[in-house]
Design a protein around this ligand. Sequence first.
Ligand code: HSE
Length: 438
Amino acid sequence: MEPVNIGLLGLGTVGGGTVTVLTRNAAEIARRAGRDIRISHAAARAYDPERIEGLDGIGRISDDAFAVVDDPEVDIIIELIGGYSPARELVLRAIANGKHVVTANKALIALHGNEIFAAAQERGVMVAFEAAVAGGIPIIKALREGLAANHIEWIAGIINGTGNFILTEMRDKGRDFAEVLAEAQALGYAEADPTFDVEGIDAAHKLTILGSLAFGIPLQFDKTFTEGISRIEAQDVAYAAELGYRIKHLGIARRAADGIELRVHPTLIPHRRLIANVDGVMNAVLVKGDAVGPTLYYGAGAGALPTASAVVADVVDVVRALTTDPNNRVPHLAFQPTELEDTPVLPMEEVETAYYLRLTALDRPGVMAGIAGILGEEGISIEAIKQKEPVAGETHVPLIMLTHQVREAGMNRALERISALDVVQGEIVRIRMEALAG
Ligand code: HSE
């Protein structure tokens, strides 16, 4: 049989890794796919030929990505340019040209996936995006296929390798935030714009995708609550540890009574949970299904070869399904496109969660009672309180509190009232807390 021709867009970290994996494992991949797979045409603005193993095997390399998607010889486009534009235009043109698409572009899928999948459905082509979430972990396949029997209750994932790497290095080695971020950039983990990593945008892109796959709702990135790790302080990491918790940057998608929660934020989780021990650049996704119970998926969430592993697995899937009836393929978002529901995504004020609070208060009798009184009036029940020793000469002390679950709106009201007290100094730190009990 004729080989399948790939058009590759991008020869950066993941593009280079994809060339390497397709070259290194060519024979085994062909045995699995049933056809040889060759990159017949690639486009890249700049690349480092010394770094990429297998570059010689590519038919033609230019800097014109549109020429690749218009190349009649190409069967499958692999889009590894990243970003919104021109990736969106290239993918839509590839689809219009009747080509299947494999992409690692989470931003593109989270923001334009509804449009892209509709176009692909119409044209009868596949768009595969396993590499868009959690790098090398086959979490999309697990949600779409392996867990298809389940009513998914919730998902909690460490889905940004750079953020996890930074939090781990800060905790274990006391390293400086900026220095660790620079290392993540040098290692090719970080996004082109690293604020996407540290402000939670990259994780929000991925969570948006996971939420749609889990609950059968359209992609709604604009409704995903997003908070990053840039304001986490070493003292909170230490206080959390004293109380038996670790701070992880989590993406949480949960089916609640009134709608769906989609939220990305730093989270205290009990240190004995497996996911609390996922360190460095590694990712993990915990999925709770009603039938299967909790399942955990772990692996490298970023980097050239792990991400290429997911890209190439998608290529194999597409090649295996080339001759199948388009109406009988695995649906892009796990549920049949006509079966997506408009269940509302809840605003953060309506989400219920527990909290870690740190505030600085005057060390005087009655102060704690006043703060606890406000929490009580707002219906917030306290689980634990810790007062740190006063530093010599200081009149104020740090107070740490853990609360039971409450609606975010109630906590907002309470924090506003507590902040207004004369005895409370500076900003109140609030970190959400989840038990993640199976
Ligand atoms: N910047 C991303 C991360 C790369 O650090 O996880 C993989 O999506």
